[in-house]
Design a protein around this ligand. Sequence first.
Ligand code: NDP
Length: 403
Amino acid sequence: MARVLIIGAGGVGNVVAKKCAQNDGVFSEICLASRTVAKCDKIAADIKTHNPNSKTVVTTAKVDADNVPELVALIKQYNPVLVINVALPYQDLTIMDACLETGVHYLDTANYEPKDVAKFEYSWQWAYRQRFEAAGLMALLGCGFDPGATNVFTAYHAKHYFDEIHFLDIVDCNNGDHGKAFATNFNPEINIREITANGRYWENGMWVETAPLEIAQDIYYPKVQTRKSFVLYHEELESLVINFPSIKRARFWMTFGEAYIKHLSVLEAVGMTAITPVNFQGQQIIPLEFLKAVLPAPESLAENYTGKTCIGVQAKGIKDGKEVVHFVYNVCDHAECYREVQAQGVSYTTGVPAMIGAMLMLEGTWMKAGVYNVEEFNPDPFIAAMNTWGLPVNELADLELVH
Ligand code: NDP
């Protein structure tokens, strides 16, 4: 029975709050706090309507998570044991600072990214290791689906099927349709910064850089379909190649439809994805932030979303001297997510693992002072919990899907 503070009330925050309320044996009290408190209140009201039997006591609060003293005041007042950060990557460090100051554990789903540089890496958060260790606190980084479940799948491969993993391919297919000409499935600013950046993958001990969306292949996604997929740099690659040093090549693939790519290239060509300020009628505005304001909010896509996501990890390597290939994956249906928690599949596949990671920390199954990535823990309880909490895990042996 634990009291937890959730920060961020967007697409992912909605799912985390609702899954915690379903798991009321663990999450006895949650406070949902964000910049716009009305969004927190709406989620709290939804929980009352859709899950009236939940025993979780849900409260809401307003907080600016860029402001450490404000965060510290809220944490001291609410007194949680853990903060789940599902605001934006820009707030990771301020929330970690506030957790250290108040003696509270920490979990997030995306690594720190400075607002004025489109660059994300773990160095900033790994630098907190000694401080968390010394304080007897734990920070669990990147506990969504990718990163998150994909790190767990890699650890699961390594534990059960391989002596050495040599080739790792993480594949992320959204085969859904939200009916809009152009929209992003999670925060548009973060999403567009990720996709318009150069691609990068790990090969023979070094990073190989590509132009954005330069490398593509058709990949078959079980229970979904074959889709053209592109190499992107994705944050879990950074920790996985360190924690599994036998990996010779690690890549991350994501599907994009032609219409999506066409819209994105036009927006980029006309300067709408830039993050440097421009003067507009005497006011400094950042084009990407303005674009975010006119695009549909990710949570608004949920109601009419159809189709499925398929996210998985293919590993190739050696077991008992023989070559092995194995695929671990989940398939998630957008419309079912909407029926369950009024969310689309991308928010759902991120929010459920965040709840599971928090549960494993609170139960002591995954509790160790310091700053950790998800693959550093035993994957089995996480996989078992995915099967229980709405993200069933499938496996496929001896079929090479990614070449
Ligand atoms: P949204 O933009 O829908 O929601 C973000 C929420 O954070 C909003 O409620 C927003 O408030 C709030 N917020 C932003 N800035 C502040 C601030 N300074 N103080 C307090 N609250 C703030 O994003 P998503 O829900 O789609 O994504 C949430 C996180 O999940 C992101 O970090 C994203 O990168 C990550 N993610 C991780 C994935 C994974 O698989 N690991 C996949 C998808 C997302 P307001 O409403 O006022 O704007």
